[in-house]
Design a protein around this ligand. Structure first.
Ligand code: SF4
Ligand code: FES
Length: 388
């Protein structure tokens, strides 16, 4: 059967008013301009022709695009289900209503914590109160609301309060996603990594919440895989179901794929999406099983986890084709376990982590940006942010 992508993550901009220490933006900036409305319109049409059903509109902060309504309309006109993935900053009732009128199907708002002091400290900006107001605006506008919380050492102990927050805001879905260590999170691993005890306690809370809230709110718990004995089936296999297009038009088999040294990524400005999906070297590099080393190549579980995560293997071993060290059968598993013990021995409580405001570092058309961190959301405490 021919492979087809089901989900497209459309990263509309690198610009963002927050400074999360696990930011998904790249750690180095690009001088390329961001895709414009015409380019996104073509991309959505080609994605739908390829078989994509669902598009996540993300960033950075997608609300900072002045042409977001038109972008949503373009995706909607291509019959794609549209989900806006946002910090909530810049979202009020009028904007939520307009986005819905443009064809938006649902909104996911990220929260850093259940309360303002901790939440704003993690975000590196006054954000929590805006998020509460944005969540209320979403439900008032009649859009399904989903909450996402990235979990790490500083907030993983607050799961009961996070669950209460999601319930009180009327969320239909709560994603509790343990931080995955790539990019900025990789740089800040020592400050973010939870302890094994924290991870086990959180798992128990999440499992009981899933049962208690079944039928009312979907609770999704993304495991902290450093504590597992088998890796996650990352992306459901490289180049099998998902594709990401970053703000400058590179098409990626995984949102973190640019962290893998040596891979070149094709650009929608120069090739069709169909050509990139089917023919590009980057999408074919880790497809199927041919590329697998031992022990994966002969392992009966290779159809379940696809050998784990390529980005993680590259970061932890230097070889993107290696067995994911999370797997207890990997020759690097013990090294990872020892690193986890070492890095959680002396717990830091401060947020003295590397952060970045990508707005200032990325070249893009002036017309697309409406949010400037320094104008709307100044840092509450400069000591919270040690930029790199
Ligand atoms: Fe998965 Fe490879 Fe480990 Fe087998 S050896 S469980 S395929 S990562
Ligand atoms: Fe890139 Fe897993 S995060 S393959």
């Amino acid at each position: 059967m021919k492979r087809r992508p089901y989900v497209l993550l459309a990263e509309l901009t690198y610009g963002c008013p927050l400074h999360c220490p696990y930011c998904s933006n790249p750690v180095s900036s690009s001088a390329e301009s961001e895709l414009d409305l015409e380019e996104w319109t073509r991309v959505f049409r080609e994605a739908a022709q390829l078989g994509v059903l669902h598009v996540g509109l993300s960033g950075g902060e997608p609300l900072s695009r002045r042409d977001l309504n038109e972008i949503i309309s373009a995706a909607h006109d291509s019959r794609l289900y549209t989900n806006l993935i946002t910090s909530g900053l810049g979202l009020d009732f009028a904007r939520a209503r307009d986005l819905r009128a443009s064809g938006l199907d649902s909104i996911q708002i990220s929260f850093q914590a259940d309360e303002a002091v901790l939440g704003d400290s993690i975000a590196g900006a006054r954000a929590h109160q805006h998020k509460l107001e944005a969540a209320a605006a979403v439900t008032r506008a009649g859009l399904p609301l989903s909450l996402n919380v990235v979990l790490h050492r500083h907030n993983i102990g607050r799961l009961p309060a996070l669950l209460l927050l999601a319930e009180s805001l009327g969320a239909q879905r709560l994603e509790l996603a343990n931080v995955q260590f790539y990019g900025w999170a990789w740089l800040n691993r020592k400050s973010l990594l939870p302890t094994r005890d924290q991870a086990q306690a959180a798992f128990a809370v999440a499992e009981s919440a899933k049962e208690r809230l079944a039928g009312r709110m979907e609770v999704v718990y993304v495991l902290p895989d450093y504590f597992e004995r088998r890796p996650k089936p990352c992306m459901q296999g490289w180049g099998e179901r998902y594709l990401t297009i970053n703000p400058i038009g590179q098409v990626l088999p995984c949102p973190n794929a640019t962290t893998i040294a040596g891979l070149q990524f094709e650009n929608v400005r120069h090739h069709s999406l169909e050509n990139i999906w089917n023919e590009s070297a980057s999408f074919n590099r880790f497809r199927g099983e041919e590329w697998m080393p031992l022990p994966c190549r002969e392992c009966p579980e290779r159809h379940l986890d696809f050998g784990g995560c390529r980005c993680q293997a590259a970061l932890l071993t230097g070889d993107p084709a290696a067995t994911d060290p999370v797997c207890s059968l990997s020759p690097h598993h013990l090294t990872l376990q020892n690193a986890v013990v070492e890095e959680t021995r002396d717990l830091k409580t401060s947020f003295g982590m590397a952060r970045q405001n990508p707005v200032a570092q990325t070249s893009r058309p002036d017309s697309t940006s409406t949010i400037s961190k320094s104008i709307l959301y100044p840092l509450r405490d400069q000591n919270l942010s040690s930029r790199t």
